[in-house]
Design a protein around this ligand. Structure first.
Ligand code: SF4
Length: 364
């Protein structure tokens, strides 16, 4: 591909986001929230754990369990705001949060995968360069962070609405980087036709049946639940590790009925892992849910134990700071990097608890 004209990329981006009041409002709000726009519709944002790794040598649970080096990880999305769901627990900005109506189901622009990849790396280096010379940052880790190795395609919006997702994944892999793709499973057609599988594939789930899905995930397209079911049935065809990410909202999906429902869904997709994570009272979700909807880690541990009983999966590990436990049907999770070598067995070594963590997150 010829060299990229970054002035032209920036000009097109500015032109697009100032082409309507709702676009402008979302663009301005997201920039104030620390998002960096890339290509036309993509975004990168520094992850809380990238900073924690550099400044406090504390690592995210994906480092513990899968070797992702948190300080070398890009948190991005090819689509800033396009999604087919309006999940109640979503901490990301939704048009209704800024009093705007939005029913766009397809992104109006399709960016070049290479432009997204190149600019995501460029922006990540700009973000990390802010730690240069910081006395608390190990110079060796700084050098490593300036050479990103992992990409979390999960930040905002629904990445499978980006039609060239397979090419995007391929471009990152071509540069020796790993890709963790997080989707709500609403585009089984895109998942089935990916040119290249991600390094690890996540399906996020909060509801265990259609009625609860309509109530909580509030889809803006017809047949969304049926599409998610199709995606779950696709998972056994993937050779990469697959994950159900169950976000537990206290008072909504922590009942015995819900856990039995999730156990049935686990039977359908037979994921390699099930991550059981607490809902966090942060971001825009605070306009829809309460602090009391946020489970404590002990409650997540209990739910993990019950799900292990119901499914026969092994309860392998936990991260208390992230209020999450890992269920797995394999004894040794696949490691995608050299981070946190014995993190499954000794999570406390790499993710010690610091109590004020949630106040800090809640204030973002
Ligand atoms: S894997 Fe996720 S939590 Fe860990 S550093 Fe990357 S974006 Fe952050």
């Amino acid at each position: 591909m010829p060299s990229i004209d970054w002035d032209e990329v920036r000009r097109r981006r500015e032109e697009f986001w100032s082409s309507s009041p709702v676009y402008r409002a979302i663009y301005e709000k997201m920039k104030r929230q620390g998002y960096h726009f890339i290509a036309t519709l993509g975004v990168v944002k520094r992850c809380h754990w990238t900073r924690e790794a550099l400044v406090n040598k504390r690592f995210c649970y994906k480092c513990l369990w899968y070797g992702i080096e948190s300080h070398r990880c890009i948190q991005m999305s090819p689509l800033a705001a396009w999604c087919w769901l309006r999940c109640m627990h979503c901490w990301r900005l939704q048009p209704e949060d800024i009093g705007m109506h939005w029913d766009e189901t397809r992104p109006p622009v399709v960016d070049e995968p290479e432009v997204i990849v190149e600019e995501s790396i460029k922006v990540q280096k700009q973000i990390v360069s802010g730690y240069k010379g910081n006395p608390r940052v190990d110079p060796k880790m700084y050098e490593e962070a300036m050479n990103p190795k992992h990409v979390a395609i999960s930040l905002t919006g629904e990445p499978t609405l980006y039609p060239r997702l397979g090419e995007l994944i391929k471009e990152y892999h071509r540069r020796g980087m790993t890709t963790f793709l997080v989707t709500h499973g609403v585009r089984p057609d895109i998942l089935a036709s990916l040119e290249e599988e991600p390094s690890q594939l996540y399906i996020s789930l909060e509801a265990w049946n259609k009625e609860k899905f309509m109530e909580f995930n509030r889809p803006i397209v017809p047949r969304a639940w049926e599409l998610v079911m199709e995606a779950l049935k696709l998972l056994p065809s993937f050779s990469c590790p697959t994950v159900y990410r169950l976000t537990i909202i206290k008072g909504f999906n922590d009942s015995e009925e819900a856990l039995k429902g999730f156990a049935k869904l686990i039977e359908i997709g037979n994921p390699t892992y099930v991550e059981v994570k607490a809902y966090m009272y942060v971001g825009s979700s605070r306009t829809r849910l309460q602090p009391s909807n946020m489970p404590k880690h002990e409650e997540i541990r209990m739910i993990g134990k019950r799900l292990a009983e119901l499914t026969g999966y092994m309860l392998l590990s936990e991260s208390v700071p992230s209020r999450i436990v890992l269920l797995s049907r394999i004894r040794h999770p696949k490691r995608h990097g050299k981070g946190c070598p014995d993190g499954v067995e000794h999570p406390e070594k790499y993710a010690p608890v610091i109590t004020h963590e949630y106040e800090e997150m809640a204030s973002q």
